[in-house]
Design a binder for this molecule. Structure first.
Ligand code: CO
Length: 297
């Protein structure tokens, strides 16, 4: 990896860590998640980076892909598991990091942190998806908890926030081995017993897929923004309200969805409504792995 690129990965990851630190005092029951999202995304920009995706603030049985809507009134409640997944990029080089907040001590959160730590410990050139999956599942079991079976870690590349292959959080026989300088994100999702997520109807996050002819002027403008301004990385519906009226946003997104110009990210929920905790770091594969989102001073 070129030195310049490595520096960008490190800088992005450092901003993930700083943002987490700087918002930690805000996290308490009564906080509006829309205010939290605006604060986080504002800090990312203030620090000279861009969001690699809208901040995901997914609560309890919601695993991922929830970002507040434009007029979201939801507040953090006592005892809720609030998963905060932050993406930061510098010129397309991404730091992807998540943690879980709860107003009370919670064993699922502790378990997710421990499981992630165990998995990171085995990262080195040549480590396989099968070894990572086994380590994660075994370490969850050892703590008496389970994982979300159909959510995975992933690789990262320039402007690619979820690259292949998927890094399973369960035992598997995928012998794909990671090489030195691969950039990966590990993100175990922890539940009481093994669980599964499925799509719910809500969509707040979209991403550019391809140019398509659409009639509405706003749809054409939004598609161009998705491609050029957001660099084909995911964006939030609420970001569009700065430039377009709610009615035009809805019409445009419907048109763009219908012709598959945009990808949609439906909110993912645990099928039995089991509460979930998540921990995630971005790691550069080396004999001594670099955890970009947990910089050592
Ligand atoms: Co991730």
């Amino acid at each position: 990896m070129e030195k310049e690129i490595l520096e960008k990965y490190k800088k992005a990851g450092k901003i993930n860590a700083e943002v987490k630190q700087e918002i930690s005092h805000m996290l308490k029951p009564g906080l509006k998640i829309l205010d939290l999202a605006n604060k986080i995304e504002g800090l990312v920009k203030k620090k000279g980076a861009r969001p690699a995706f809208p901040v995901n603030i997914s609560i309890n049985e919601v695993a991922a892909h929830y970002t507040p809507s434009f007029a979201d009134t939801r507040e953090i409640q006592e005892g809720e598991l609030v998963k905060i997944d932050i993406g930061v990029h510098i010129d397309g080089y991404i730091g992807d990091m998540a943690f879980t907040y709860c107003s009370q001590p919670n064993h699922l959160i502790k378990a997710s942190e421990k499981v992630l730590e165990k998995a990171i410990k085995i990262i080195k050139p040549g480590v396989s998806i099968s070894e990572i999956g086994t380590t994660i599942e075994n370490s969850a079991k050892a703590q008496g908890v389970g994982v979300i079976v159909n959510l995975t870690g992933h690789t990262l590349d320039k402007y690619v926030f979820h690259g292949p292959p998927s890094i399973l959080n369960v035992k598997n026989n995928l012998d794909h081995k990671f090489k030195e300088w691969d950039v990966i994100a590990l993100e175990p999702f922890i539940t009481e017993t093994n669980g599964h997520v499925k799509n719910s109807g809500t969509v707040e996050i979209y991403r550019y897929l391809m140019d398509r002819p659409v009639r509405l002027m706003e749809a054409r403008k939004i598609l161009a923004m998705a491609r050029d301004e957001y660099n084909s990385l995911p964006f939030a519906k609420r970001w569009l309200y700065k430039k377009f009226s709610p009615i035009k946003v809805s019409l445009a997104l419907r048109q763009l969805g219908a012709v598959e110009a945009l990808e949609t990210y439906p909110v993912l929920k645990e099928i039995e409504n089991k509460p979930i905790a998540q921990s995630e770091h971005t790691i550069i594969v080396r004999d001594k792995p670099i955890i970009t989102t947990k910089p050592v001073e």
